[in-house]
Design a protein around this ligand. Structure first.
Ligand code: PLP
Ligand code: ZN
Length: 385
């Protein structure tokens, strides 16, 4: 590929301790999560970038990879930004992340995460997943010739996603309980020395790939929107997208940053409870929603997401399962965009708060509708079809 590689270090988001590039996830001093701090290139890098192929690695100088020969790609990113036309006096766009190789935004992160696994010399990778992470990990591991281990909450993963993980050859470990239990299990597994590189969104490198959505929106609109609506589960994606916008600002490419709005499903909304309540984070014990991808009660990235929303002047809101599926069908029938229920929650949140908005809005739809055809019976139950 040529060109300069992305110089970086790791920093604890809680105590600020700094580390060199390494396959670590938590701070050795305080146990906090880490973030990547990039040595950002000059803004003129975007002149070069504009001439390149439309995929995640067009931003390679902004990504924390030390060895370009280790890059594992399926040509992810470069997804459509579809206009919905004039909408209550607003300019509204949908970022269609279902366009990615395995049908979700996870591929943006996984291309970087699996490249780092190769660079660090791992031959095994692992994750817990509500489904999409496992599908993505399995595909990138196959591409790289690595063994993939995916820990799934038994009976709680949409069929299309399980089908993908099996097809790409991942080893599947079913865990009784919720996603949060599956994540605890995989974390113990890797801490006990299983020799696998953990690629959940506790992985700071994976989130770097996901920040490229912000760069793409900036390039596609020629500016940044006023608001970005994002579905929130484990809360990594909203944090990553926010980081992308902040980096554009730090490179002096933009003057203002968007307001970030995090949307959770009503039965799995600890960040909404925190926002509406006393500002203290409390996990939800038994998360429940039709939107299985965001059926998460204890989001590991709550601190990062809280900062993203507060620093941007945004907010969190929740939507009911009924609102989610109605929004899902409206996107499909009015605009020809079929997304999975978790992704429709962002559109449902937008519809709910539409009167608060002004200017340009981007709604991030995170996964393809084909992932979860079983939702049809819920549409039926709700009398929608
Ligand atoms: C389709 C979809 N939307 C949203 C999310 C939530 O993303 P995050 O966990 O980064 O908040 C997920 C996570 O699995 C997902 O698969
Ligand atoms: Zn720390």
């Amino acid at each position: 590929m040529g060109g300069r590689i992305g110089k970086h270090k790791l920093r604890c988001i809680v105590c600020g301790s700094e580390y060199g590039p390494a396959p670590i996830h938590w701070c050795g001093e305080c146990g906090g999560l880490l973030e990547v701090v990039m040595e950002l290139p000059k803004r003129s890098i975007f002149v070069k970038i504009r001439g390149r192929r439309w995929f995640v690695w067009r931003y390679r100088e902004l990504l924390p990879v030390d060895r370009e020969d280790c890059i594992v790609s399926l040509y992810e990113g470069g997804t459509r930004l579809l206009g919905l036309g004039e909408f209550n006096g607003l300019s509204v766009y949908v970022k269609v992340e279902g366009d990615n190789p395995t049908g979700s935004f996870k591929d943006r992160g996984m291309t970087v995460g699996v490249s780092k696994a190769v660079e660090f010399g791992f031959n095994k990778v692992a994750c817990a997943s509500t489904g999409n992470t496992s599908a993505s990990l399995a595909a990138y591991a196959a591409r790289a010739g690595l063994e993939a281990f995916v820990f799934l909450p038994r009976g709680k993963v949409a069929r299309g996603k399980l089908f993908q993980a099996i097809a790409y050859g991942a080893k599947i470990i079913e865990v009784d309980g919720s996603f949060d239990d599956a994540l605890r299990t995989v974390v113990n597994h890797v801490k006990e020395g299983a020799g696998a590189y953990l690629l959940n969104s506790v992985n700071p490198y994976r989130l770097e790939g996901q920040k490229t959505l912000a760069y793409e929106v900036y390039e596609q609109l020629g500016s940044v929107p006023d608001y970005v609506f994002v579905p929130v589960g484990n809360a990594g994606n909203i944090s990553a997208i926010w980081k992308g916008f902040k980096e554009l600002r730090d490179m002096d490419l933009i003057d203002s940053v968007p307001v970030m709005v995090g949307v959770q499903a009503r039965g799995a909304a600890p960040l909404v409870d925190m926002y509406r309540g006393d500002g203290v984070f409390r996990p939800v014990e038994n998360p429940e929603t039709i939107a299985t991808a965001i059926r998460i009660g204890n989001p590991v990235n709550w601190r990062k997401a809280w900062s993203a929303v507060s620093e941007s002047g945004g907010w969190f809101l929740s939507v009911s399962d009924g609102e989610i599926v109605r929004a899902q069908l409206e996107l499909a029938r009015r605009f020809g965009i079929l997304v999975e229920p978790a992704s429709a929650s962002a559109y449902a949140g937008f519809l709910k708060d539409i009167d608060k908005l002004d200017g340009t809005v981007v709604i991030v739809t995170t996964g393809h509708g084909l992932k979860d055809p079983d939702v049809l019976s819920y549409w039926d139950l709700q009398g929608l079809v």
